[in-house]
Design a protein around this ligand. Structure first.
Ligand code: NAD
Ligand code: TYD
Length: 340
């Protein structure tokens, strides 16, 4: 089995590659990544010499490059993680989100049609369903919940999802889609809530909480998401969408306080800042379908996962300090010091 994993130098894609190389010693994994600000070859350094792994730097929206790659590698499957993934950046500058997330998906699927494929899997997000009210804990996203997006990011992911399903219906492309809740774990880029709060707390810098910190996310340990994708690409039905989430809803402020407690830092570091525009209130996934059909369960408890994550950031300071000491500083200044 030969699998092209796009976006494999990013957070979830790299964790997925490690998971697959470890679980399937006879599989070949080919990583296609453009190495944007979010992609980091340092993350993949331990597997660069693995004979079952190869890396190509390229843009999923570059048709000629993608076609050449398919022609030379002849993959059996494609798992598409490559995306612009940060909501705040999409609010600043939507264009690249549409290019990579929608047109990139089209280019990949056109190559799948041209060269033949056993499965094209699209890694999507629960954010395509919009948000849920804070005072209705009984409401959860199911696969039937209408698409109803809030940000340029989620709209671009929703556009890609619709295109994936259209390629199945129109061309019979063997596709599947997973829509997962917020992931956390090793190699998470420090612009996202959990790693940003860990990094700032360790540096005794203010922890910028949007609005009142009451927005709720449904957190899932990244490895458990990887296992869900593994099950879907091998046993999931073609043409289907699977929601992935751990019934682990937490308000942002709870997460921030948990991190401060774990690092023995004072709550006085918490700083409430201007809210995100269009900020989704609550995400919550109903994972009944993947549990019933594929036997998937969110095994890792949040208390264990967050401890492992904090320990990882403590033991891998080089990895994230290199990031926050580079170009990231300009982003941080724009996003937080000039925030209105
Ligand atoms: P990430 O930003 O950490 O990584 C994205 C990777 O894609 C980077 O390595 C980047 O270099 C690469 N990339 C970007 N544009 C590219 C292009 N045009 N061509 C090739 N490579 C390109 O993102 P992540 O958090 O790992 O998310 C991966 C996928 O999972 C995304 O599709 C995202 O929408 C989805 N998702 C993320 C979460 C989450 O909590 N992080 C939850 C659900 C779904
Ligand atoms: P984020 O990690 O960006 O993921 P998403 O927006 O895709 O859910 O943000 C998670 C939550 O944390 C979201 O409600 C916004 C909030 N947040 C802050 O309060 N402060 C921050 O500095 C960041 C990055 C996020």
């Amino acid at each position: 089995m030969k699998i092209i994993v796009t976006g494999g130098a990013g957070f979830i894609g790299s964790n997925f590659i490690f998971y697959m190389l470890n679980k399937y010693p006879d599989y070949k994994i080919i990583c296609l990544d453009m190495l944007t600000y979010a992609g980091n070859l340092e993350t993949l350094k331990d597997i660069m010499d693995n004979e079952n792994f190869s890396f190509y730097r390229g843009d999923i929206a570059d048709k000629e490059f993608v076609d050449n790659l398919f022609e030379s590698e002849k993959p059996d499957m494609v798992v598409n993680f490559a995306a612009e993934s940060h909501v705040d950046r999409s609010i600043e500058d939507p264009g690249i989100f549409l290019k990579t997330n929608i047109l990139g998906t089209q280019v990949l699927m056109d190559a799948c049609r041209k060269y033949g494929i056993k499965r094209y899997h699209q890694v999507s997000t629960d954010e395509v369903y919009g948000d849920l009210p804070l005072d209705r804990p009984d409401l959860l996203f199911t696969e039937e919940t209408p698409i109803h997006t809030s940000s340029p990011y989620s709209s671009s992911k929703a556009g890609a999802d619709l295109l994936v399903l259209a390629y199945h219906r129109t061309y019979g492309l063997p596709v599947s889609i997973s829509r997962c809740s917020n992931n956390y774990g090793p190699y998470h880029f420090p612009e996202k809530l959990i790693p940003l709060m860990i990094a700032n707390a360790l540096a005794d810098k203010p922890l910028p909480v949007y609005g009142e910190g009451l927005n709720v996310r449904d957190w899932l340990y990244v490895e458990v998401h990887c296992r869900a994708i593994d099950l879907i690409i091998h046993n999931g039905k073609v043409g289907e969408v699977y929601n992935v989430g751990g019934h682990n809803e937490k308000a942002n402020i709870e997460i921030v306080k948990m991190i401060l407690d774990a690092l023995e830092k004072p709550y006085s570091l918490i700083t409430y800042v201007a809210d995100r525009k269009g900020h989704d209130l609550r995400y919550a996934i109903d994972p009944t379908k993947i549990s019933n059909e594929l036997g998937w369960l969110p095994e890792t408890k949040f208390e264990d996962g967050i401890k492992r994550t904090i320990d990882w950031y403590l033991s891998n300071k080089n990895w994230w300090e290199n990031i926050i000491n580079g170009e990231y500083q300009n982003y941080y200044k724009r996003m937080y010091e000039e925030r209105v």
